[in-house]
Design a protein around this ligand. Structure first.
Ligand SMILES: Nc1ncnc2c1ncn2[C@@H]1O[C@H](COP(=O)(O)OP(=O)(O)O)[C@@H](O)[C@H]1O
Ligand SMILES: [Mg+2]
Length: 360
């Protein structure tokens, strides 16, 4: 549905040239919700604005629904843009227009009759749950309601693609969830392709099918959300995932592990981080371990979550017992579609230091 090929974009500034995007190749499928995540300044807004050619690339082509937008003359480009709706962080509503009039605006601009406008806007008001607010002004609405108006306005021209630039970043968590649920519903009901950019992993987790991680203008990781979350390769991706499942251990726990390392018999003790990467659920694995290998375990830390109905997260456990059984248990874990990492820390002049990163 959307093909970005070899895209580069630079900006000339008084301080010199800024490379906002470099060598971007992305292929977004019809009907999917595609997430792009990155830190501030990574190039996300530039990327999404290229898709409807609000920004023109210095290099490369932008194809939407089979058409190369970069090659279209202005009149055809205006028509092509009607197939691409966009919503924004700060809603961009007109303060002097009612809810109904804001949604009607793109239709007025293309000269539709009053009757035809009403026939389009009324079902949209219903879709976004604002029928009773049609005569209200933006100043009379909550943030979530304003974004619902933004969504309805974006849908007025019956686009095939919806672009969302941090559309939930100005909203509280609960309103965010309701707006994301609405986007999911629209995606399912209308078969709309949605490209959503955000700096929050929780947003990606909630709605996206696939995700690209953008850093310094480049795509550093790309894949189905579950795969990227459970097997992050780049450091930046690990950080984003850590926001959700606690990648870093709390300092008090590090000290405790280090202290125990100093006093326990190292042959009879393992501290492992187990990452759930699909398939295995957490509790059966741990009880199987304890029973099958006759070990004791202490759960030290962990966070579990779910993406698209599959478990995801990590647990830090201490296993205690016979050395040969410990080895066998680690080998067993490695066959269970789990990521296993052994954690060894030591106190060194007051600091806790990591000794190795051996994987089982
Ligand atoms: N119109 C512009 N003029 C100059 N520099 C820009 C412009 N737009 C974006 N940039 C720069 O390009 C880089 C990417 O910006 P942007 O796409 O807005 O990132 P993000 O949305 O991920 O925060 C940043 O370094 C930003 O300062
Ligand atoms: Mg931005």
């Amino acid at each position: 549905m959307i093909e970005l090929s070899s895209i580069s974009k630079r900006y000339a500034t008084p301080q010199g040239t800024v490379t906002a995007l470099e060598g971007i190749d992305l292929s977004i499928r019809e009907g999917e919700i595609f997430g792009v995540i990155g830190k501030s300044g990574a190039g996300k807004s530039t990327l999404i604005r290229l898709i409807n050619l609000l920004e023109r690339p210095d290099q490369g082509s932008v194809r939407v629904a089979g058409r190369d937008l970069t090659a279209l003359p202005p009149a055809s480009l205006r028509r092509a843009r009607q197939e691409i709706g966009m919503i924004f962080q700060h809603f961009n509503l007109l303060a002097t227009r009612t809810v109904f009039e804001n949604i009607a605006l793109p239709l007025e601009l293309r000269g539709e009759s009053k009757a035809s406008i009403r026939a389009t806007v009324e079902p949209l008001l219903d879709l976004v749950g604002l029928t009773d607010k049609r005569e209200r002004y933006p100043s009379e609405l909550s943030g979530g309601q304003k974004q619902r108006v933004g969504i309805a306005r974006a849908l007025a021209t019956q686009p095939r693609v919806l672009l969302s630039d941090e559309a939930t970043s100005a909203l509280d968590p609960e309103t965010t969830r309701s707006i994301l649920a609405l986007l999911k519903d629209i995606n399912a009901r209308l078969g709309l392709t949605i490209v959503l950019i955000t700096h929050e992993m929780s947003v990606i987790k909630e709605v996206a099918d696939r995700v690209a991680v953008l850093e310094q203008g480049k795509v550093i990781e790309l894949g189905p959300v579950y795969d990227v979350f459970t097997r992050p390769r780049a450091e930046t991706t690990r950080r984003f995932v850590g926001e959700l499942v606690g990648g870093d251990l709390p300092p008090s726990l590090l000290r405790q592990i280090a202290n125990d390392t100093a006093t326990a018999d190292p042959a009879r003790r393992r501290v492992l981080r187990i990452r759930f990467t699909g398939g295995a659920a957490e509790s059966p694995v741990l009880s199987t371990l304890a029973r099958r290998f006759d070990l004791d375990f202490n759960l030290l830390h962990g966070r579990l979550d779910e993406i698209q109905g599959r478990p995801f997260g990590n647990l830090v456990v201490e296993l205690l017992g016979d050395p040969a059984r410990l080895d066998a248990a680690v080998k067993f874990l490695a066959t269970q579609q789990l990521g296993v990492e052994s954690l060894n820390y030591e106190q060194e002049s007051g600091d806790v230091v990591r000794l190795d990163r051996a994987a089982g």
